[in-house]
Design a protein around this ligand. Structure first.
Ligand code: KIV
Length: 257
């Protein structure tokens, strides 16, 4: 395991882990100053391309966005989501993960699932590819986005899966929309950091989609807290530009040759 990953794991029980998504260089370079982990999430499918699910996101899309993000990430761990249907078996996963890593120079990949993907995770880790897991709501296969862990049977499966992923060697895992006491139990049970999104304050760290946090992507999910309204600021700036152009106040001599 490389030192960047070991240092990341050591944050468990020491300091909260800060994680956000980025899909391009400029946002990545701002959030990198404050994050431990920058995720190129396949949420870009819905956030940037208005896809109805992340299922349509392709490997090439993930690679192109990640190449841009890489230019902005200097200190954080950079993790790239493996998109839907790119890790259906160990051979496919290995070939695609190697492609992501060689083209984007990211530090690790993330994939969704529990018991079903354990052999795939083991094959990747055997080939020295650091893997982040993802349990709870799994957008690549979800039929609904209801939180997980209400029913006892479902709780047992998610807890079991978290242990299986840990045994397989993941360095961390996202818990998406997992009931609070279950997220707490998983976080206490496993030795690698849990990163929650809609999974309570008990996780070792938190992740949000940056576009949701800054008010650029208008979604109404319970787990989103909007920290700014960047849409309003962009709108005001564009309006000022428009007025200046209409009144011939821009460009001035200063902006001309
Ligand atoms: O795709 C994504 O952005 C994610 C986060 C929401 C964890 O997987």
């Amino acid at each position: 395991m490389n030192s960047k990953i070991t240092n990341f794991i050591k944050k468990k029980n020491k300091s909260k882990i800060i994680s956000l998504t980025a899909y391009s260089k400029n946002i990545a370079s701002i959030i990198d100053r404050h994050c431990d982990l920058v995720l190129v999430g396949d949420s870009l499918g819905s956030v940037l391309y208005s896809f109805s699910s992340t299922k349509k996101v392709t490997l090439d899309m993930m690679i192109e966005h990640s190449i841009s993000v890489r230019m902005g990430v200097k200190k954080s761990l950079m993790v790239v989501d493996m998109p839907h249907n790119t890790y259906r078996n160990p051979k496919e996963a290995l070939s695609n993960a190697k492609k992501i890593i060689s083209k984007t120079k990211c530090d690790a990949i993330k994939l969704e699932g529990g018991k079903k993907v354990v052999q795939i995770i083991k094959a990747l880790i055997k080939s020295k590819i650091p893997v982040m897991g993802h349990l709870g709501v799994l957008p690549q296969s979800a039929t609904n986005f209801k939180f997980k862990g209400k029913e006892i049977a479902e709780r047992k499966i998610i807890l079991r899966d978290s242990k299986l992923l840990e045994e397989a060697g993941v360095f961390s895992m996202v818990l998406e929309c997992v009931e609070s006491s279950l997220a707490k139990e998983i976080t206490k049970t496993i030795k690698v950091p849990t990163i929650g999104i809609g999974a309570s304050v008990h996780c070792d760290g938190q992740v949000l989609v940056t576009d949701d946090l800054i008010g650029l992507n208008k979604i109404n999910a319970r787990f989103v807290k909007r920290y700014s309204n960047i849409e309003k600021q962009i709108n005001e700036a564009v309006l000022k530009f428009k007025k200046d152009v209409v009144k011939s106040k821009f460009p001035t001599k200063k902006h001309s040759y």
